[in-house]
Design a protein around this ligand. Structure first.
Ligand code: HDE
Length: 733
């Protein structure tokens, strides 16, 4: 007997057989291939076969719906019932399988860094680090595949992107010598000096346990209670109150390894280093008011920006650099304890030496499989890169595997495609939940004489992990930090005083906002006391905003050389992938608008046309936003190619016009006025046609800095020039 089953034969006396399910809307065909901008993880199977991005055998195959066991299904819309009115039959395996699987679709979110977005890419090393490390992917000029995940820290998986928070910046480099994870943040210091306090700071930052509010915010009592009591947190808090904590885009953030690491070269010489990621587009932020509007208008702002930029071919890039310090017994450089994760080494004292370039060039194919299931670990190291005794890093070394066991359901998470190393794996780890490798042999131990002795230890010169013979002091057991960890203020003062006035103003507003959301007067008072120890002007300004009196410092703030590298202002940066809005109305010149959009696109930026209604312009140019769906916070600069409200040359009064209405076109649309007013208030470059009355309606002085007036095509280059500085900073003056 052969051949496919047909519909079951009709049994005499029984109702007529169920008719075939409703017709499909399209012809049966193989599943669609991934889009051009998408790439799945490259994997190596249990038997050592390498599979590319488009060959995941576990993903969909064939045109027809099947059970998980591959049996084709006639109908997935009706459960099997005894008659059309039921009851539903327990024997409906398809129903039970579908619902049971659904019931288990969610896994625990990350306890911190739950909300993230990620991309595939490549890391190309410059091959100039052989004097520092024998890690092949840094010592030689080479390319390795990478997967980078950016995240907020405090919020739940469904929280908004543009919250005031530190951002995670974790990169998995699939090197031939094993996977190296650089699990860093966009802020180079951390709240605490010893990992044992991590659950405490996280409990304090997370929503209050009684009502579970506020979500993804530091502006609440428990956070400020903790950081004002643990004064070592003041450095991180200062960074968090600065513009760094509200990035314009993941593409415009710096990344930091935070801790000091040890590099060891082929001669066995060691250096201490701090890792830095420098974004090619510069470091830019949104304003706090923008961030708050964004979280309502587009809670996926950063996630969308990353994916859109990659899809558009504006691949984000970061240069990897290292600050290098001699590996001395004291592990101190320029008086700064290199094991203290609340301290930086100013770049003016130790320049960042570039050693490679990261380019993110493909979006994940599946969020859950890749972005959600990726498992980073600061202990995923390769020969030539080692950890130091930073007590924060030491605690991290056992947290990350532990958390994956809960989150990813067992100890075999490194077999999930996105986590599989590209180097051949021959471990002796066996069995456990979700074991998907089919191990051969009988002797998963060594030495053995049954499996041909395999696996063997790697000897000298065989690229094995190194345990650098670091001298360990003779000491007594104790629970203490070194005395050099005691200075909690001088670098905080230095950070604040290194910022430009506009940035300092943002810091003042941030402290005032956050403390203004604390209900306990004692917490505000205690934090004001901390600010007095940092900078008298900062403290006085925040105190004024809170209606309180600035206290005297417990110890006078220490003056130190400012570090200009800490400021985000200054310099001109590439504008790739920046978004320019083009507002049009019924009277705009369609040819000009199409030309504008083309020139913006040709220059590597993204033009978004904003029109009264959706559809296309008269010449077929697509409209991306309407007056209803556009909000100024989405754009980096706006061209008002509108003439709305302007009297036409041959205007005759409108039949319905009221006294005072501009002759000819009626009043300006209030949504355009809001668009212009907000863009101007947020110090963005704006360009208006000569005729439009929008500036006056929005209270904008046509002579104000960064306001361009005239034929849009003639002024586009000036607009782009202004955008290169990110904002029209003079407007804050
Ligand atoms: Fe993490 N951290 N962390 N952390 N961390 C996690 O691991 C932890 C710290 C960082 O995109 C968790 O897989 C402890 C510093 C990033 O998947 C968890 C301590 C820095 C990510 C964990 C720290 C980081 C995490 C939660 C103090 C910057 C997201 C889920 C000893 C250098 C990675 C997970 C991703 C994630 C523990 C401190 C960065 C619970 C115990 C310092 C970017 O294991």
């Amino acid at each position: 007997m052969s051949g496919a089953c047909t519909v079951s034969p009709h049994i005499p006396g029984a109702p007529a057989p169920t008719p075939p399910p409703v017709a499909e809307p399209t012809e049966a065909r193989e599943p669609l291939p991934p889009k051009d901008d998408q790439q799945g993880p490259e994997t190596v199977s249990a038997t050592g076969e390498r599979s590319g991005a488009d060959q995941d055998v576990r993903a969909q195959r064939g045109s027809f719906l099947t059970t998980s066991q591959g049996a084709r299904i006639r109908d997935t819309d009706h459960s099997l019932k005894a008659g059309p009115r039921g009851p539903t039959l327990l024997q409906d395996h398809h129903l039970r399988e579908k619902i049971t699987h659904f019931d288990h679709e969610r896994i625990p979110e990350r306890v911190v860094h739950a909300r993230g977005a990620a991309a595939h890419g490549v890391f190309e090393s410059y091959g100039n680090a052989a004097n520092l490390t024998c890690a092949k992917f840094l010592a030689e000029k080479t390319t390795v595949p990478v997967f980078t995940r950016f995240s907020t820290v405090v919020g739940s998986r469904g929280s908004a992107d543009a919250v005031r928070d530190t951002r995670g910046f974790a990169t998995k480099m699939y090197t031939d010598e094993g996977t190296f994870d650089l699990v860093g943040n966009n802020i180079p210091v951390f709240f605490i000096q010893d990992g044992i306090k991590f659950p405490d700071i996280v409990h304090a930052a997370k929503p209050h346990p009684d009502r579970e509010i506020p979500q993804a915010q530091s502006a609440h009592d428990t956070f400020w209670d903790f950081v004002s009591l643990h004064t070592e947190a003041q450095a991180h808090v200062m960074w968090q109150m600065s513009d760094r904590a509200i990035p314009r885009s993941y593409r415009t953030m710096e990344g930091f390894g935070v801790h000091t690491f040890r590099l060891v070269n082929a001669e066995g010489q060691s250096s201490l280093v701090k890792f830095h990621w420098k974004p090619k587009l510069g470091v830019h932020s949104v304003l706090w008011e923008e961030a708050q509007l964004i979280n309502g208008a587009d809670p996926d702002f950063h996630r969308r920006d990353l994916a859109d930029a990659i899809e558009a071919g504006a691949y984000p890039q970061w240069e990897l650099g290292v600050q290098v310090f001699p590996d001395t017994d004291e592990e101190v450089f320029a008086g700064i304890d290199l094991l203290d994760p609340t301290k930086i080494v100013p770049e003016e004292l130790a320049p960042v030496k570039p050693i490679g370039m990261l380019t993110l060039n493909a979006n994940p194919k599946n969020y859950f499989a890749e972005t959600e299931q990726v498992a980073f670990h600061p202990g995923h190291l390769v020969p030539g890169i080692e950890v130091t005794n930073d007590p924060l890093l030491q605690a991290r070394l056992f947290s990350y595997i532990d958390t994956q066991i809960t989150r990813l359901g067992g100890p075999n998470f490194s077999q999930i495609p996105i986590n599989r190393p590209h180097a051949p794996v021959n471990d002796m780890l066996r069995d456990g939940f979700h074991q998907s490798a089919v191990h051969t042999g009988v002797a998963p131990y060594r030495p053995n004489s049954l499996d041909g002795g395999c696996p063997f230890h790697a000897g000298d010169g065989q690229a094995a992990l190194i345990d650098f013979p670091e001298a360990v002091q003779e000491a007594v057991k104790l629970r203490e930090s070194p005395a050099s960890f005691e200075d909690h203020y001088s670098q905080v003062t230095q950070f604040f005083r290194s910022l430009m006035p506009a940035e300092q103003d943002h810091v003042i507003q941030a402290y005032t906002f956050e403390l203004g959301k604390c209900f306990e007067p004692a917490i505000r008072e205690r934090q004001l006391q901390r600010l007095a120890n940092i900078d008298a002007d900062l403290c006085a300004a925040v105190a004024t905003g809170l209606g309180m009196t600035a206290p005297d410092p417990e110890q006078p703030p220490r003056d130190s050389e400012p570090s200009p590298a800490l400021s985000q202002i200054g310099g001109t940066w590439p504008v790739d992938g920046r978004i320019i809005g083009i507002a049009v109305d019924a009277d705009s010149d369609a040819a000009t608008v199409a030309d504008l959009a083309e020139r913006i696109d040709d220059a590597g930026m993204v033009p978004l046309i904003i029109a009264p209604t959706a559809g296309t312009l008269d010449d077929g140019t697509p409209i991306q936003r309407t007056y209803l769906t556009a909000r100024s916070v989405e754009f980096d600069a706006i061209v008002f190619a509108t003439v709305q409200g302007a009297p036409a040359a041959d205007a005759v009064p409108d039949r319905d016009a009221k006294a005072g209405d501009p002759v000819g076109r009626g009043p300006v649309d209030p949504r355009l006025v809001l668009l212009a007013a907000e863009a101007f208030r947020h110090a963005k470059a704006v360009l208006f046609t000569e005729q439009t009355p929008i500036p006056e309606a929005a209270g904008i002085d046509r002579n104000a800095p960064g306001v361009l007036v005239g034929a849009p095509l003639d002024h586009l280059d000036d607009l782009v020039g202004l955008l290169g500085q990110h904002r029209v900073w003079e407007r804050f003056a």
